[in-house]
Design a protein around this ligand. Structure first.
Ligand SMILES: [Fe+2]
Length: 315
């Protein structure tokens, strides 16, 4: 295998297309348990985080100026974090010289980001934080044009590692669930082998469990605990987003949230109770699956003994 183009640390965020971004914002605050960090009314998008990154989710309205015509709710893109901008730009230049194509390059003020498509057409972002205190920039209502950015050219790349370091997680005390951070995205692959090769070669993920011949693979970044799950399409599963994984603060609290969800009339899609992890999956107002979990004996080294139907909901 040729050397990877990038060497990502971990998943940073998922950006979803939603049918009503303010309704989605209310759900992700009051049910999922993330604070709204900032909002872009001109883009019709809300960004939520408890501190792990400058947004754990972007909630982009299907009528946003960034949405294609007739966009349905679902995955917009998901993003992997790099060590710093110097490494991001080096990967960008390696990619260009190998003939790899990007869809866009964007400067978000606190981070700079590259966008490309995987073999199934899912949009993948690779970015680096360029400001230590993102809350100093990303707060409240933001209406601002993005500066023009040519990687490595228009501005000297930042060599320092500026992802969030020491901070205290915030909480939404009255929420049904208590999200700590978004940690992974799970996709059903149309072309499993091509997708497997892409995620090794482009972001430079590592296989945590599974493989090219397997029905499911869990990948991780350099510091991640499981950042990306690839599921071989079977049994009528639709290719594309399967779920976004959200770590909770503790299993005891997750079990309490499950009770509160019942009282609030929130449907539970699936519970997987496994020695490695306790996982509860629900749907957001647009039917997008969200997996809340608390790890036990993690990482798991084998999927033997896990029911095949449960596997996508465990990883
Ligand atoms: Fe993004």
């Amino acid at each position: 295998m040729t050397a990877p183009l990038f060497s990502v640390r971990r998943l940073g965020h998922a950006n979803l297309f939603v049918s009503d971004y303010m309704r989605a914002k209310d759900f992700y605050v009051n049910v999922v348990g993330f604070e709204e960090a900032y909002r872009q009314p001109d883009n019709r998008a809300s960004f939520i985080s408890n501190g792990n990154t400058y947004h754990d989710f972007g909630l982009t309205d299907v009528t946003s100026k960034y949405a294609p015509p007739n966009q349905a709710p679902g995955l917009n893109h998901f993003a992997f974090e790099m060590e710093n901008e110097v490494e991001l730009v080096a990967g960008y230049q390696r990619a260009l010289s190998s003939g790899f194509k990007f869809k866009a390059t964007l400067d978000h003020d606190c981070a700079r980001a590259l966008y490309s498509s995987d073999p199934d057409g899912n949009e993948v972002e690779i970015y680096a934080d360029v400001v230590r205190d993102w809350r100093a920039i990303k707060t409240g209502i933001i209406i601002k044009e993005k500066p023009k950015w040519v990687p490595g050219v228009t501005i000297e790349p930042e060599a320092e590692s500026l992802y969030p370091g020491d901070f205290e997680y915030r909480r939404v005390p009255d929420a049904v669930f208590h999200a700590k951070r978004t940690t992974h995205v799970a996709l059903v692959a149309d072309d499993y082998e091509a997708m497997f090769d892409f995620y090794l070669r482009v972001p430079g993920l590592h296989v945590a469990t599974g493989g090219r011949q397997a029905d499911i693979t869990l990948f991780r970044g350099n510091i991640g605990i499981g950042d990306f799950t690839l599921i071989r399409q079977q049994n009528g599963m639709k290719p594309g987003l399967h779920h976004v994984g959200i770590e909770t603060f503790s299993e005891a609290e997750l079990r309490q949230s499950l009770k509160s969800a019942g009282e609030a009339g929130i449907a539970i899609e699936r519970i997987v109770d496994h020695p490695s992890r306790y996982a509860v999956t629900i749907k957001d107002p647009d039917g997008i699956q969200l997996q809340f979990y608390a790890n036990r004996d993690w990482p798991l080294d084998s999927l033997s003994g896990v029911d095949a139907a449960d596997r996508p909901y465990l990883l």
